[in-house]
Design a protein around this ligand. Structure first.
Ligand code: C2E
Ligand code: MG
Ligand code: MG
Ligand code: MG
Length: 281
């Protein structure tokens, strides 16, 4: 009896496993074609001043729609892009689109809006990453300070020395760096001082319960004190409720991002939102 169960079990898992592998392979093939079929899009989520709610910057977020499969989330797509190496052409496409968007925003509004781009570790560690970024900045004639790169702590797992060196070079070239998802990894505050980043993004995991979790509030407060001392900028991610924004403001946060202010929007809608804000200001 138990032997039979065991065998059923094995079959079940192996079938599930091969289905997963097949699904991944299928997605990889689709993703190969996604760029040329123009299935990828960037959405833009505002980053706001918590006090005035004015848009001070945006984050570009990748969206993929496929006729057969519908919307595929970045959580599904990015790992596949990384494993297949497709993250390199896709990542470059994202940087180009964003540089173009920064330029066209300037043409329309006569002001430079910083836009942040998520960079995967695989992309960051390629030999010509910095050269590629600088070429894009030059080609679109945008200020380096507007193209912000968001990196995660997983970067430090690769090669710390190399990562710090490259971050330093970008810093020198005037390209701002933000540490994304802060608090979810293993990096302590003490670790932070080694990294030449300009900005820390407190992860949504610490924002959600900020109004009733002593621990989350304590972390947020110490982060405010630390970033002030170290002259880092600080922003809170994933603000969904008024009360979270109020608490963060009271703790000394100046900037925030989240559904409360705006969801990520297609570029036309983002532009419209920005224009409306200028008109009503
Ligand atoms: P992230 O960089 O931390 O981006 C923030 C994520 O939180 C986004 O999810 C955003 O839509 C979502 N978000 C924003 N405000 C709220 C909120 O108030 N509540 C909740 N529940 N969620 C909120 P998204 O777009 O699904 O992206 C997920 C992750 O995928 C990103 O996390 C980023 O790590 C990665 N990603 C997205 N676009 C790119 C890209 O172009 N390149 C690379 N390498 N990674 C990307
Ligand atoms: Mg990000
Ligand atoms: Mg994040
Ligand atoms: Mg994230």
């Amino acid at each position: 009896q138990s032997k039979k169960n065991g065998r059923d079990c094995f079959c079940y898992f192996s079938r599930e496993f091969s289905q997963q592998a097949e699904q991944a392979l299928h997605l990889t093939n689709m993703l190969h074609k996604a760029l040329e079929k123009e299935e990828l899009q960037l959405y833009y989520q505002p980053q706001v001043d918590l006090e005035s709610r004015a848009i001070i910057a945006a984050e570009a977020l990748l969206r993929w729609h496929n006729d057969e499969m519908g919307w595929i989330s970045p959580a599904q797509m990015i790992p596949i892009a990384e494993e297949s190496g497709l993250i390199l052409p896709i990542g470059q496409w994202v940087l180009e689109q964003v540089a173009q968007q920064i330029r066209s925003h300037y043409e329309t509004n006569k002001e430079w809006l910083p836009i942040a781009v998520n960079i995967s570790v695989k992309q960051f560690i390629t030999d010509d990453f910095i050269e590629m970024v600088m070429k894009i900045i030059d080609a679109h004639a945008i200020p380096a300070r507007c193209l912000e790169l968001e990196l995660t702590e997983s970067l430090m797992l690769a090669d710390v020395e190399l990562a710090v060196k490259k971050m330093g070079e970008l810093h020198t070239l005037g390209v701002p760096l933000a540490l994304d998802d802060f608090g979810t990894g293993y990096t302590s505050l003490a670790y932070l001082k080694r990294f030449p980043v300009n900005k820390i993004k407190l992860d949504r995991a610490f924002v959600t319960d900020i109004h009733h979790s002593k621990g989350d509030a304590a972390l947020a407060k110490s982060l405010v004190a630390f970033t002030r001392e170290m002259e880092f900028e600080l922003i809170a991610e994933g603000i969904e409720e008024e009360i979270q924004g109020e608490y963060l403001k009271a703790m000394g946060f100046r900037y925030g991002q989240g559904y409360l202010y705006s969801r990520p929007l297609p570029k036309e809608e983002f532009s419209k939102l920005f224009t409306n804000q200028m008109l009503t200001a």
